[in-house]
Design a binder for this molecule. Sequence first.
Ligand code: GCV
Length: 856
Amino acid sequence: MTRSRIGFFKICVIVAALTGSVAASAQTADQAWLRYRGPGGRWLVPLRVHALGNGPLETSAAFELQRGIDHLSRASVLWRSSAFEGETIVGTVDEVRHAFPNLPVPSDLQPEGYWLSWFGSAGSLKGSEDKAQLIVAGADDRGVLYGAFALLRQMATGSDLYGINLRSHPAFPIRWVDEWDNPDGSIERGYAGRSIFFEGGNVREDLAPVAEYARLLASVGINGCNVNNVNAAAQLIDSGHLQQLARVASAMRPWGVRMALSVDIASPQKIGGLATFDPLDPAVKAWWAAKVEEIYALIPDFAGFTVKADSEGQPGPASYGRTPADAANLLAGALQPHGGIVLYRAFVYNHHADWRDPKADRARAAYDIFQPLDGKFAANVVLQIKEGPIDFQAREPVSPLFAGLRETSSAMELQVTQEYTGQQRHLVYLAPMWKQVLDFDLHVDGKSTPVKEILAGHAFYRPLGGMVAVSGVGRDAWLGSPLALANLYAFGRLAWNPGLAPDQIAAEWTEQTLGIDPRGFATVQKMLMQSWPAYENYTGPLGMQTLTDIVGSHYGPGIESSENNGWGQWHRADKNGVGMDRTVATGTGYAGQYPPEVAKVYESLETCPDELLLFFHHVPYTRRLHSGKTVIQHIYDSHYDGAAQAATLVDEWASLQGRIEPKLFADVAARLEYQAGHAIVWRDAIVQYFFKLSGIADEQGRAGHYPGRLEAEEARLTGYKVINFTPWEDASGGKAVTCGDPPEKVTQQSCSAEWTYSGKAGRYNIAVQYFDLQDGTAHFAFKVNGLAAADWAADAALPSKRPNGDNSTRHTVRGVELKPGDALRVEGAPDGADPAALDYIEVIPVAEKDSGKNVN
Ligand code: GCV
């Protein structure tokens, strides 16, 4: 074999520059899954990396491979003999073919695809002609980069590389993340601190984390990043800000991630000085054409625009009686000469809908508005459609619009940032949900039509399509919670290959991130796989959606907040029944938006799957599900099951103690403990709400009975005063006690609640349920007969400035010896605007799990 040595010196120089920028960044991709710690196995790889070309992406690929191999070879029991010679060769297929004319280099790799192949013997000796060569060949520059990361993934997950012959290409051309970052540095629906892109109205000086983020994205094949909120600040595309944004694009460019921007469709008026933003006005058209010219002069590989218009208060073409197609095509026309695209969001609905109108239905909106426009969009417009028809709920049916667009490209939008799914405080691994959506068969024209085939463009022969995730990364460890990163990883992997199984992705991520032994990562994989069903169970089962505070935080329980307003997330629970009638026969007709085979299944009570029953039908609480349970019993059971499943996560993680870095172990353990407590808040809120509303007893006698629970409002109170709670279901019995009134500064020094214990003597865990408010760190102490058993600070950052289900928190004091007559006392010391509010204590025998299970 012969080969050329092109540009080796140059590459070394650029590699040194990349290393420098990484070293300067405190927030690195290595803190996520690019740890290159390896499974501790035994594998073989030529340690020296040689790049055949010197383009920026190939340079990044070579740099990353060398770094990964160096780390892995240090961390693992690598077969590494000094006698072993060979190279890992990186290049495009053309370069590889040129350097090694005798190799069978594939000629049909798809764009961005790669080929990994081993040549030569496994243990070639110094001086031998037959040197091992591991080839990483890309169809193009991006393919080289993705091939390098794929090889590293193989190594980090312990695959045998000897003899490898692997080809892969992405299923979808569009694999983007959307950031909802605002120029002031805040992030809409972000739960991981402040923006890595912006601060104080401008792009940040330090963009090293942006480069690191791009590296992380590239490692799972993500090729675009829209960096600002879809509720777009118009000023971001003024000339000054575009100069700044060019730096962001440059930071991401070495990793093949193209920058995109959300734009305000009213920009010509807001920042352009025009009297109108009418999409059909020639002056508006000229303004956008000039603006796009300006952008491409600064950012030649600019990816395009994302547009939210006529939605939730954003301006739009409706102001001029124009359609979304008019607006999308206006921008598409400006972008087209430069190769840019428009992702126009189908998340358009009336948020002032009449809740009394039984025919009104937000779920219908996207299809009603966009389906009639099919075929009217320019070729470089893609409709970005949320996976379900409402808004990232714990469960929704697949949006029927995917089936309704035959002549328009579509991309599926989903959320990595867990807006309605626990805001990263709860472990909820979403890949199983996304996989269900991708695999869902819409049966267009009576033929098998899985959503993933539509997105890939195969079903309707579309040139564009793909997946977009609202990511929400911030400066706090990317996503705040270590295990939440599995969602970002899984998004990228599914966007590359929607055929992957979520449990396989979970195992891959765990192995790379935690590097624990097979038994250990099997435990984490199991936890991840259990987490979405658990969350669905304790929040909103049967397709009721997440029963959260939908007009506020979208976090804790707030069942009635969905009703009596125009936002349209109605579940229509009343004393007789629950669910939204979306049938064609008697309801809003939404079910009829699906192709007939799917519509038929949802339309009929007999065939509608249990998990979506209440999304499509209003039924009495006594209706029997396919499972044989009544609806009301299912509501009770699923909430008790869900809370118990959340408690199981705590135990499973605890079983890994000593096998995971202590800091990470403790961090996740505390989060899971919190989640288990909050799952009980959810459980109790929903169970007591439906118990009161329906008046139907729980067959298992749990609803309304909380053995061991001592209510604060029934205690001997000093300083504390009893409050009626809003919403009532978020406090046990609808009441709690508070030591002063938030949000005004509370002046009380401290308050106490005391009970006399009257149960059996023994050893108990005491769960103290209190409210941890923002803007102040209240302190609590638990005492038995005046002696301190525990004290703690209420210093978590939870939503809401009033005590409610967002901030109801459980602290468990373990192993307390009690005997009848003991005085149990909680002392609360308010701070700032946190009034040390208290709901109850619960005395749980130690023999029982202190998991929220009721004990007798
Ligand atoms: C960016 C939901 C969120 C909003 C978000 C909107 C959207 O309604 O709560 O914060 O706004 O979706 O997707 O545009």
